[in-house]
Design a protein around this ligand. Structure first.
Ligand code: SF4
Length: 342
């Protein structure tokens, strides 16, 4: 019997294209997987021709319209393929989104949801109680990433290790900064002597990462301006941000940790993965400070919008996680602490 370990929020998710303007049916590449293609090939000729007229065979994906929308999205934000032929005619990626599913062992899976879906983001982030987890026995996603070779422990033990880390992230008696420090230590990232936080290099590293994430090709002058602005406002804005959004930030960290399959998300040891995790969170803080400065406010709605956009960049842009990984690769524990652990 298959077992899927997932946050309890997953069962409460209900796709609502009207609420999000069918965000996932726009601008992204919708790949046509083999199983769905075979389903299309069994349809009557007229339906088949209509569907394949919208397929870019060289990319094995749907040809999006000039507006960026999927050719099968109707005016009521519904999928014409699903309406006409049923759920089996959604591609694996459409049927699975926003669920992210990993195969961890022969019959063990983990599943979470990505914040790129605004409806899932509300469900995940705007909750007061800590995120809880459970086992279920029905796998409701066709797109599955095989992590059986990537995780360093047997599946059950890997899940327990993740849960130990998540307990650290959910320690509400500690500040978020302290929790992140404890997490680094838990995964073996230790330093021999206490290190002072180097605010200037911290800001410079984040400006660099931000530029790469947004493919912005920033000139040195622009980067310096960004660093200067960030340093000028950082303390005030972050104090408020961490105080007002502490539960939301905890939920973000827990979901991110579980959803990306840390501490084995990337090739490398646990300490290296933990560095990537912490640096990605600092990039969120950096974006929050810049958003507050440009909007002259920072509401929950601003936060949700920012997180959807940022996750999109981390998941889909060329620079995305690569810039964060490069940073983690380039620095030893001492320098990492001085730049990312406040
Ligand atoms: S999965 Fe999420 S982003 Fe996609 S249509 Fe449904 S609610 Fe919108």
């Amino acid at each position: 019997m298959v077992k899927i370990f997932l946050p309890t929020y997953v069962k409460d998710f209900k796709c609502d294209g009207k609420a999000c303007g069918s965000r996932c049916c726009r601008d992204w590449r919708i790949l046509l997987d083999r199983e769905t293609r075979e389903n299309y090939l069994r349809l009557p000729a007229a339906d088949r021709e209509e569907i394949f007229s919208h397929v870019d065979e060289s990319a094995q994906a749907f040809k999006m319209q000039t507006s960026g929308a999927c050719p099968f999205l109707d005016e009521n934000f519904l999928c014409k393929l699903q309406l006409k032929h049923g759920e089996d005619f959604l591609t694996a990626i459409c049927q699975s989104f926003p669920r992210v599913t990993y195969k961890l062992g022969e019959e063990i899976f983990s599943q979470a949801m990505t914040l790129t879906c605004p409806v899932a983001a509300i469900l995940i982030l705007l909750r007061d109680e800590p995120i809880n987890f459970e086992f279920v026995t029905e796998l409701k996603a066709r797109q599955v990433f095989d992590f059986t070779e990537k995780i360093s422990l047997p599946a059950e033990k890997f899940l327990l290790r993740q849960q130990d880390a998540i307990k650290i992230l959910q320690r509400r008696d500690l500040s978020l900064n302290q929790r992140l420090k404890n997490l680094c230590e838990f995964f073996g990232e230790k330093i021999s002597v206490p290190i002072d936080f180097d605010e200037e290099n911290h800001a410079a590293a984040l400006a660099e990462i931000f530029g790469e994430m947004y493919d912005a090709n920033l000139t040195i002058n622009k980067k310096n301006q960004l660093v200067e602005t960030y340093l000028m406002h950082r303390k005030n804005i972050l104090n408020q941000f961490r105080k007002n959004f502490s539960t939301i930030l905890e939920n973000y960290l827990v979901n991110e940790f579980f959803m990306r399959c840390y501490p084995d998300a990337f090739a490398g040891d646990e300490a290296f993965n933990c560095r990537i995790f912490v640096t990605a969170y600092r990039a969120v803080e950096f974006a929050a400070v810049l958003t507050t400065i440009s909007k002259m406010r920072f509401t929950v709605e601003d936060f949700l919008e920012m997180m959807c956009a940022l996750n999109d960049k981390m998941d889909h842009s060329r620079g995305g996680m690569k810039a964060i990984k490069n940073f983690a690769e380039l620095h030893d524990a001492e320098i990492f602490y001085s730049m990312m652990i406040e």
